[in-house]
Write a protein of this length. Sequence first.
Length: 153
Amino acid sequence: MSQLRGEILAAEEAAWKELHDTFISLPGEQWSRHGLSGNWCPKDLLAHVGCWAAEAARQLECIRAGSPSKGPDAEAFNAASYDTCKDLTVHEVIAMASAAHHRLQEEIDAVAPVALSGKVVDMIHECSDRHYREHLAQLRIFIADIEAGEGTA
């Protein structure tokens, strides 16, 4: 395994573990409590990051197949992903996001070293570890607000 690939996999895994562990620490009733990242609830946020991890895996699969694709419009993708996932149960969202994480890890591991160019590496980080950390910060604020009695009911 190349050093770059190993670094990408390690960064994605570490950020995913931190995000996943924080989500899993939430009591069941908090998963549907709105007020996170606009009017999302934690379930919506985990679905959101899961959809972006799945999209990164899809893009890497296209690269491996020799037909790279341009990433989606972020706003449209976010709206479509929300609509697709809003009625899923918490269990389904956890399963989907975890599967997307594992699929992304597989695709990162499978893509040819020559394909790991600057743009591809940036896309991977933007859809995974950077994205996870961005929303982890929001989730921690949300949890702190709830603990302080300031969360939205």
